[in-house]
Design a binder for this molecule. Structure first.
Ligand code: 3HC
Length: 293
């Protein structure tokens, strides 16, 4: 079956990036969120990110307009999924919310649709179990910023069929991405390493080992990371990191994955990183300013 229509659930940081790359690859996209202001913001972001390529002469104005024209925002889940060939869910990383969303999608999406979650860590098998077609359920994990990052992790749940994996490989290739196939495990391959590494940097800040600026500089220059771990934490979102850490502790039953108290405190304060204007850096000025802890 050829995939032509894609529903993207959630218009946040990941959702708008996924909608962007799908539309740019020629798919017809319906992007769903629960408030119009989230959809408006996502449409603005998609246009701005496409215009980066326009300024550099990598795409034409016509391609920008055509791509934006292929994304339709909607507040209705029914409208988003009713004729979708592929549903990609990118709602916040909260187990109950994901399960509730998938139960609703299962009632409204066509039988043939492939169901893919962009979860950062949560069990594919658990989400698949609330649908009637667990063989068509798969993990499709993108990385931020989606238009730039080359990887899609494809995650196989207990019942995911080979046909479903093949279909997602083909879509990923059409999006210009490379794929790796991972068997289900909390955090899959990338976040299993990334989240403990970022947490360790936050523990070090908490213990006064180095300043935010120096910790970032050390890892950027010492390990050749494109961003230091605290800049990356702000970029990914501290709320997402906390959800993943708590989920790891619950799933692995191992306290080595515990979140630093500083991370929890910052999330409680609403300082969840770049999207909130404040995290380990303050983004209100022209240039991010590191905070002191
Ligand atoms: N949309 C489209 N294009 C973008 C973009 C965006 N949001 N952000 C940057 N770009 C483009 C720029 O236009 C530029 O394009 P060019 O090569 O054609 O000139 C290119 O990307 C590089 O951008 P910049 O020159 O502005 O800046 P940098 O060279 O500093 O790169 C970065 C920015 C690509 C974000 C780089 O800092 C980086 O790779 N950071 C690490 C990102 C990372 O680790 N992501 C994974 C996070 S983990 C995750 O997402 C999983 C989740 O489950 C937690």
């Amino acid at each position: 079956m050829e995939i032509k229509k894609i529903a993207v659930l959630g218009a946040g940081q990941m959702g708008n990036g996924i909608a962007h790359v799908c539309a740019q690859a020629g798919y017809q996209v319906k992007m769903r969120d629960i408030e119009q202001k989230f959809i408006d913001k996502a449409m603005d972001t998609i246009r701005k990110n496409l215009e980066r390529g326009l300024k550099k002469g990598k795409i034409t104005e016509e391609e920008v307009e055509e791509t934006v024209g292929r994304v339709e925002g909607t507040l209705s889940l029914d409208d988003a999924v009713k004729d979708a060939d592929l549903v990609i869910e990118a709602v916040p990383e909260i187990v109950d919310l994901k399960l509730k969303t998938w139960k609703e999608v299962d009632e409204k999406a066509p039988e043939h649709a492939i169901l893919a979650s962009n979860t950062s860590s949560i069990s594919i098998t658990q989400m698949a179990s609330v649908t009637k077609t667990p063989e068509r359920f798969v993990g499709m994990h993108f990385f931020n910023p989606v238009p730039v990052m080359k990887l899609v992790e494809i995650i196989k749940g207990a019942a995911t069929s080979d046909e479903t994996v093949d279909a997602i490989e083909q879509v990923s290739e059409k999006l210009g991405k490379e794929t790796v196939l991972v068997n289900e495990a909390p955090g899959f391959a990338v976040n299993r390493l990334l989240v403990p590494a970022i947490n360790e940097a936050i523990f070090a800040i908490q213990e006064g080992v180095a300043t935010v600026e120096d910790m970032d500089k050390a890892i950027k220059l010492g390990l050749n990371w494109p961003m230091g771990p605290l800049t990356l934490a702000d970029f990914v979102g501290l709320d997402t990191l906390l959800y993943i850490s708590d989920y790891f502790v619950e799933e692995f039953k191992d306290s080595k994955y515990r979140a630093p108290a500083l991370l929890r405190k910052m999330v409680r304060a609403g300082w969840v990183g770049r999207k909130a204007g404040k995290g380990f850096y303050d983004y209100s000025g022209e240039k991010p300013e590191p905070l002191t802890f």
